[in-house]
Write a protein that binds this ligand. Structure first.
Ligand code: SF4
Length: 299
């Protein structure tokens, strides 16, 4: 049996930076500040447990903070809308801003486009925190999550009085869907094609991971995707792998592995005198330890 772990599996640099900086902050908290993570630091229970054990509290909004002084709020890699910075400032909270530079670059693009009077089509998942953050930087915007949203966005744009469009994307949106939706939008607005500016803001780490997942899934008979159940990039990896390898599972931890099922599949393949190959990929918020644990369990 061969187990192949994708090279790009696990923390991307944005998440790694945020996790390391948070741990460093918590370990050196000599001023005994009350440290809060605004939203889960990463979509991974073990990592959240680790930072909570070091003293951080995870909150969903700033109203949950009771202390009036000595408060530090950590902004995770997904970023937040500008109004959150203002709210924290008004409440005199310190901020440790760990928004990924790639996400900050999209905020700047959205703000500039809005200043130039452009209407924004933002491709992404409507309730994802990163999309909510970017949304807050736009003046006029429609979020396109699936094909059905395109017509609605086109109508909203036509009613807006704007005549230029800036297309942006959530950093972890599917490359395939992004390209497909651009073609549909350009077709629907073919008379104003020259007024549409496309900026593919899908992050390179995401592109690489999606491509590698697809290639790996083609080579193996069983594919394991590791990542949080509410992680957008993990879901996409699962869909990508499943389209190339029917025996694909998505798990958060090694405990969820169906070892008997893997054993049976292995027997079937080896009875055909072939080598059984398992591929492992992991979402951007999966630490190396979780990948190693899965590897150990199947060996
Ligand atoms: S996936 Fe890309 S944009 Fe998102 S945190 Fe990681 S490096 Fe940054």
């Amino acid at each position: 049996m061969q187990v192949i772990v994708g090279k790009s599996a696990g923390f991307c640099y944005g998440v790694e930076k945020a996790v390391n900086a948070t741990i460093k902050q918590l370990e050196s908290n000599q001023e005994k500040q009350h440290i809060y993570c605004l939203g889960e630091l990463v979509h991974n229970k073990q990592v959240i447990q680790k930072v909570e054990n070091l003293g951080a509290k995870t909150i969903e909004n700033l109203d949950e903070i009771n202390e009036k002084e000595n408060v530090k709020v950590i902004i995770r890699a997904h970023g937040v809308p500008p109004k959150i910075y203002k709210e924290a400032e008004n409440k005199k909270y310190q901020i440790l801003d760990l928004t990924c530079p790639n996400v900050l670059a999209i905020h700047t693009l959205a703000e500039n486009a809005s200043r130039e009077g452009k209407y924004i089509f933002l491709m992404g998942h409507k309730i994802h925190p990163e999309v909510i953050g970017i949304y807050g930087c736009c003046e006029k915007v429609s979020v396109i999550e699936n094909e059905e949203d395109i017509e609605k966005a086109v109508q909203e744009f036509k009613l807006s009085g704007k005549n230029k469009i800036q297309i942006l994307s959530q950093t972890t949106f599917s490359v395939e869907k992004f390209n497909k939706y651009i073609t549909i939008i350009q077709e629907k607005l073919k008379d104003r094609k020259q007024n549409i500016e496309v900026r593919n803001t899908i992050c390179n780490a995401t592109k690489q991971r999606q491509e590698e997942t697809e290639n790996l899934a083609k080579q193996v008979q069983y594919m394991i995707i590791i990542g949080g159940k509410n992680s957008s990039n993990t879901k996409k990896l699962y869909e990508t792998a499943k389209s190339k390898c029917l025996n694909t599972v998505c798990i958060e931890t090694a405990k969820e592995l169906e070892l008997n099922e893997i054993k049976k599949k292995r027997e079937v393949i080896e009875n055909q005198n072939k080598e059984f190959k398992i591929g492992i990929m992991a979402g951007a918020s999966t630490p190396k330890e979780s990948i190693e644990e899965v590897k150990r369990s199947i060996k």
